[in-house]
Write a protein that binds this ligand. Structure first.
Ligand SMILES: [Zn+2]
Length: 284
């Protein structure tokens, strides 16, 4: 982990999940807190100022897993988008949604369940003031249920609203909660004119339009691949499209495939029907 200065009062801590740092006269505001206690400890050790607030972009464990440690050490205030705060306060909800019931053992670990932490304030789209700094919250749903991007002084912390090209290459099946919303989010991102963009995974930069276009193309590519393999159950489509190598990967890909199927049904491209006890996806 390394502290990288972007401009006066705005930096980021680089790591598997990049964390934003906003400095104020009274201390620092962190954007996301990393995967676990270790990440949070390293972040606190690297920062010269005391962390007084954490703003979460969303509730995935690699973004809020350090909340509990930071709150215990510094009594920082935790800010999170409203629906995401339910998952942050009750982490069992995340693997339960992926599994559709009390989750299997493979989903009950720190990668899917952050330590629970109390959210002190929830936010919606618009400006909020945190420790005297004006911070703009921009709704970017799709990747998760109520995902947000956070802008301060024309530096935009994008969370997981899109994947950098290297991550996109590695994960051929990105995780979405709502594909329709994700498409709107990607178009919204194309219209933003920020000075600097910091994605949670991958390298920050001054322009993201090519990366956003690659994300849009990836969604089209997956929709086309689903249409090619239509007339089957989700289980069969999944095993042909993205043969997972372990149960955790299987449940993540399955959740994302279900998001594609409901979106494509919404667009009247496919429909589902029962056939000998199996739910089959077909063209209308
Ligand atoms: Zn995420």
């Amino acid at each position: 982990m390394e502290l990288n200065r972007i401009k006066e009062g705005v930096s980021f801590l680089s790591g598997p999940t990049n964390l934003g740092v906003i400095e104020t006269d009274d201390g620092a505001i962190l954007i996301d807190s990393g995967m676990d206690d270790d990440t949070a400890r390293r972040a606190l050790n690297l920062l010269e100022k005391k962390v007084r607030a954490v703003i979460n972009t969303h509730s995935h464990a690699d973004h809020c897993g350090g909340n509990a440690f930071i709150k215990k050490r510094t009594d920082a205030q935790i800010f999170a988008p409203e629906l995401e705060s339910c998952f942050i306060e009750h982490p069992l909800l995340e693997p339960s949604y992926l599994y559709s019931a009390f989750p299997v053992r493979e989903l009950r670990n720190k990668f899917f369940m952050a330590k629970p932490s109390k959210v002190d304030s929830t936010f919606e789209e618009g400006m909020i003031s945190v420790m005297g700094r004006n911070i703009k919250m921009i709704a970017l749903p799709g990747h998760s249920i109520n995902h947000f991007g956070i802008e301060v002084d024309n530096v935009f912390f994008c969370g997981d609203a899109f994947l950098s090209e290297s991550v996109l290459e590695k994960h051929s099946f990105p995780l979405y909660f709502n594909v329709g919303e994700e498409k709107e989010t990607l178009n919204k991102l194309l219209s933003l004119k920020e000075e600097y963009y910091v994605p949670s995974h991958g390298k920050p930069g001054t322009s993201v339009s090519d990366t956003i276009k690659a994300n849009i193309e990836k969604i089209e590519e997956i929709e086309n691949a689903i249409l090619q393999g239509i007339g089957k159950s989700a289980e069969e489509i999944l095993s042909e499209l993205i043969p997972a190598s372990n149960p955790a990967e299987y449940f993540l890909c399955r959740a994302s495939l279900m998001a594609f199927l409901s979106h494509m049904q919404e667009c009247n491209k496919i429909e589902c029907r029962m056939e000998k006890g199996k739910l089959i996806w077909t063209t209308p």
